[in-house]
Design a protein around this ligand. Structure first.
Ligand SMILES: NC(=O)C1=CN([C@@H]2O[C@H](COP(=O)(O)OP(=O)(O)OC[C@H]3O[C@@H](n4cnc5c(N)ncnc54)[C@H](OP(=O)(O)O)[C@@H]3O)[C@@H](O)[C@H]2O)C=CC1
Ligand SMILES: O=C1O[C@H](COP(=O)(O)O)[C@@H](O)[C@H](O)[C@H]1O
Length: 496
């Protein structure tokens, strides 16, 4: 990992008028520009099917910035500098005609394109990644430095992900492919690496001798936001678990990498994925709960059930919730359950990891307090990023004797570092691509091992024809997900 500023870059965004580009990519690029992190001659080309001239395109991006950037961050001078960087090209990505215009755009750079790498961002469905790569190559638009950024999900299963990766790999070497998992760009997720590997306090305790179990919760308040066509084929397992939750699990469970280079980190993550216990017919019945939301209410407002969403198919059995108990079968983690849960239409947006430490082996305090909670490390990804360590201290006051009381040692990033804005994940990821750093991106073998594990689970569901259990929108999922962890004498951490 190398620190430093970004070089001048030509960034070509395919799907330049799509949801991801408008909601995430332009706002992230604007923030980078505002923070002085875009080099002076960096240019951005939006590519899309719609006929539009450059004035209308810049106006469209201006509008999206007004929607998605906080007013306090919208600076007039920076806005006009940023909009000046934008160009637009109307193109149908499936056909080679027209791709030569990208080559021409490159040669129109202020000081020529020598030494300014092009980054191609594929903000489009994975089904056309292959066509775009092929057409870029055939039109002579690429050079030996061009990087490609691809969005998740890479495919639908192991087989389709291999086809997509082969098509990208036919044009780009692995060292220039940046597979996004935007959870890796979140501030606290990176702090997890700092926390684990910079603090001997945790480094020495991070194993089955000291940790009893781990929880990962990624709860979303939103439903499927008009994305029925995509989501109903995927479901929460493919949409969230196969990528985001497994990446979080890997960062918690991996052995220390020998350094912070991309491959050192990714090698360790792959070992974790290989050590995940595969599910089978017997274990999914016991250890996995699928759910689908029905109508309910969130924050006092009624919301429809999944089967009443726009575009819905009334007999869909796609899951919008998954909870599971899994294990990393290696020396460090043998016997330590990892409880994962994620769902849409839950009471609040909450992503957190809770590391539960074991109880003190020799206990000398009041026997009535024996069951007071053991130490917990709570790593909050969103909404308020922070880390808290739950410890036992003496209860205050003269009348309490040696009574214990659980309380947090709390690091809230917003109040601890009030001057620093916590950047959106896409800001960090775009910056790393421009710098040519791959450590926050997913390597091909990671994607494939994750699919191999997810495919086994889906196959077992299909064999047993497991229907999703219903849960009302605004609840924490099916009751069975609570029963699953309660059977082990534990509960989901609920101090939200
Ligand atoms: N949106 C999000 O929050 C997230 C998205 N992703 C991933 O990002 C990618 C983009 O998603 P999203 O922005 O939501 O999708 P959208 O459908 O909103 O945007 C995709 C864009 O690609 C364009 N497009 C598709 N095919 C062609 C073609 N042959 N020629 C020209 N343009 C084409 C579409 O144009 P048209 O409208 O004309 O069809 C559309 O504007 C997907 O891979 C998705 O899985 C991942 C995580 C989150
Ligand atoms: O990749 C995806 O992530 C979002 C959740 O991301 P977050 O940063 O808001 O937690 C999810 O809603 C979407 O379905 C999925 O495709």
């Amino acid at each position: 990992m190398v620190q430093g500023t970004t070089p001048d870059v030509d960034l070509a965004i395919f799907g330049g008028l799509g949801d991801l580009a408008l909601r995430k990519l332009y706002p992230a690029l604007y923030h980078l520009d505002r923070d002085g992190l875009l080099a002076a001659d960096t240019r951005v080309l939006g590519l899309a099917r719609q006929e539009m001239d450059i004035v209308a395109f810049r106006e469209r991006v201006h509008k999206t910035l007004k929607t998605y950037v906080k007013p306090a961050s919208l600076d007039k001078a920076c806005l006009s500098r940023f909009l000046e960087r934008l160009d637009y090209l109307q193109l149908d990505f499936s056909h080679p005609e027209g791709f030569h215009a990208i080559r021409q755009w490159r040669t129109s750079a202020p000081h020529g394109n020598a030494g300014r790498p092009m980054t191609v961002y594929l903000a489009v469905p994975a089904s056309i990644f292959g066509d775009i790569c092929h057409n870029l190559h055939a039109s002579g638009s690429l050079d030996d430095e061009t990087r490609v950024v691809v969005e998740k999900p890479i495919g639908y299963d192991l087989e389709s992900s291999r086809e997509i990766n082969d098509a990208i790999g036919a044009v780009f070497p692995e060292s220039r492919i940046y597979r996004i998992d935007h959870y890796l760009g979140k501030e606290t997720v990176q702090n997890l690496i700092a926390l684990r590997f910079a603090n001997p306090l945790f480094g020495t305790q991070w194993n089955q001798n000291h940790i009893s179990h781990v929880e990962i919760t990624v709860a979303e308040q939103v439903g499927i936001e008009g994305r029925w066509g995509y989501f109903d084929k995927a479901g929460q397992l493919r949409d969230m678990v196969q990528n985001h939750l497994l990446q979080l699990l890997c960062l918690i469970a991996m052995d220390p990498p020998s350094n912070l280079d991309a491959d050192a980190i990714r090698d360790e993550k792959v070992k974790v994925l290989k050590a995940l216990t595969p599910f089978n017919r017997e274990s999914i019945t016991r250890d996995v709960v699928r759910g689908q939301y029905i109508a309910g209410s969130i924050d006092g407002s009624s919301v429809p059930g999944y089967l009443d969403e726009e575009g819905a198919n009334t007999d869909s059995r796609t899951e919008t919730f998954v909870a599971m108990r899994t294990e990393v079968a290696n020396w460090r983690w043998a016997g330590v359950p990892f409880y994962l849960r994620t769902g849409k239409r839950m009471p609040e947006k909450l992503s957190q990891i809770v590391i539960h430490f074991r109880q003190q082996a020799h206990y000398i305090f009041d026997p009535d307090q024996r069951n007071l909670a053991a130490n917990k490390l709570i790593i909050r990804l969103q909404p308020e990023e922070g880390i808290a360590l739950q410890v036992l201290t003496k209860d205050g006051g003269l009348d309490k004797g040696m009574r214990l009381r659980p309380g947090p040692l709390h690091l809230d990033f917003n109040s601890a570092f009030p001057k620093s804005r916590i950047p959106d994940a896409y800001e960090r990821l775009l910056l790393e691509v421009m710098k040519g750093q791959q450590y926050l991106f997913v390597r091909r073998d990671e994607v494939e091992h994750a699919w191999r594990w997810a495919d086994r689970l889906v196959a077992a569901w299909d064999e047993l024809d497991v229907p999703p259990r219903r849960y009302p929108a605004g609840s924490w999922g099916p009751v069975a997900s609570i029963a699953m962890i309660t059977q082990d004498g534990r509960s989901w951490y609920e101090d939200y």
